[in-house]
Ligand binder design. Sequence first.
Ligand SMILES: [Zn+2]
Length: 675
Amino acid sequence: MVDTAAVQQRVEELRKLVNYHNYRYYVLDSPEISDAEYDALMRELRQIEEEHPQLVTPDSPTQRVGARPLEEFGTVTHPLPMLSLGNVFDREELLAWLKRISNLLSGQRFDFVAELKMDGLAIALVYEDGLLSVGATRGDGYQGEDVTQNLRTIRSIPLRVSGRCPRRFEVRGEVFMTKAGLEKLNRDRSEQGMPLFANPRNAAAGSVRQLDPRVTASRPLDIYCYAIGWAEDGAAVPDRQWEALSWLKALGFKVNPYNTHLDGIEEVESYYQSWVERRHTLPYECDGVVVKVNSFAAQQELGVVGREPRWAVAYKFPATQAITRLVDIGINVGRTGSLNPFAILEPVNIAGATIKMATLHNEDDIRRKDIRVGDWVVVQRAGEVIPQVVGPVVSRRTGQEREFTVPKVCPVCQGPVVRPEGEVMSRCINAQCPAQLYELLKHFVSRGAMDIEGVGESVVQDMLEAGLVKDVAGIYYLTREQLLSLPLMGEKRVSNILEAIEASKQRPLVRVISALGIRHVGWETAELLARHFHSIDALARASREELTEVPTIGPKIADSIYDFFQQESNLGVIDKLRQAAVHLEEAAREARALPLAGQEFVVTGRLATMSRSQAEARIKELGGAAGSTVTRKTSYLVVGEDPGSKLDRARSLGTKQLTEEEFLRLLEEAARRGQ
Ligand SMILES: [Zn+2]
């Protein structure tokens, strides 16, 4: 007999611990325990919740992901409109703003709060009784989209606030993606032939506005909160912006540590100046400083004109664009053989850095923007992200410009170049192409893949030049003597590298799959594959049909994976990895052995004996899958009270239907078989 009270107590204890360490890690950036210790807590919590689904609460840290994809977003009306800010671009305009507001309040002296203006997506979070109840986008300022499920996946957004707070209140903030996060996401997307995000704002918006919360969860999103939108009548909230920020911080919200309280407009100016260059050292993009009058009473008096408050202004940083000449278009061969065009520019200074090269993404992009060699082009630099060519200045054409054509042979190996139908990239299809091996090896050892520390670009280059590695598996056969023969290698460095190589043999399966560099298989797909197949061998044996059975894997990705494992040379690499004792399978429990393995359930309507999430938890416990829409893959539709359109769909597809009673019987039977 299980002691329910003790279990309940342990669950609460675990939640508190996990929430606390989440907060240390994601909000304060100063973890107290190791990742492994954190994972252990999370695992224990998840396990107890799986065994006792009735103990799952909406604010449990396990519930950040797990919601089903939506068919469309609901609409949220903002009780208090989310205003946009007027801009100023220099000291004169800033002083003019100060003059305007001083005149309105007859010479009153102001103090200010200056905040870094994040380049992201503005959102509103409503808390009720301390729990996050609604999260919405800004939309047009009056109405936004209900993206609650997606915002729940962002770890720095508290699901429950800590401390005393009004019964209902709204917090506003900016969801953003770091530069590194955006770069990695774009790299994955480029490999998969998907359109790239032009800037962090688009990336944040595109990630938050996803119908499937799992996609949002996989994106590296963060938030800084900057305002109390409103609080229910009678609640005591601060009466100044600077105190409001501390108040938010005390409740567990993430507030930008660089925000500051300033006495006068000269201090605002120097704060701004100090960030004009320094902003490029930040891990995220910001495009200006928001200057706010500190006192809420003064804000109230100043009011709003049109959609812009008079009491705040965005002091924008200087432009990050410039015009220069496109001297030539070069080609870089990527790890999957893709021919990536890049712009060779007449050097130009943009926001303090000399730019000589910029990305052009792909052939279609060049054609769509009609960029020609010899054109004057607008180049944009956004911090550390690779500069990009925005487009040509057509009015400055002389007629001497020439259109770009993709070379017919690979510029590195002279091998044949093809452009598969429906893809945006031309490719070198010579599997022995040295450029590909170089890119592939770089990818293989990178932090996002096998994470072999000490083996960087130059070491990879040296290894290839010395002929020490002929494929990625070759790295596991390097000897101490071979490494010592490379330039700039000493005993200590070689020992470190050998250790790092050894350690990488224990990496989880998802990393190995991702490291192989299979076309169209980025991290997200690798995770799905690892979870589904549990071993490289099972993945390699999978037919195209079996591959498309994995949720979200379409025929194009399936083909690419299938083709990869049809090639002798790739199977050879897998064998070499195996002989080197690289982990090629997941130690996880064998899902196929579970009684409901391979069966997908969709629940519609209300069930009398359990909530939908409890039903889904039961299904998953027994090895089944819980879907949200009825498709041909759906094995059963469980029909509760007031079923929705899913029932019609199931009828038209001929999907088997179960009443609640039948469903319970099936679960019972499965549980018996599973013992
Ligand atoms: Zn080539």
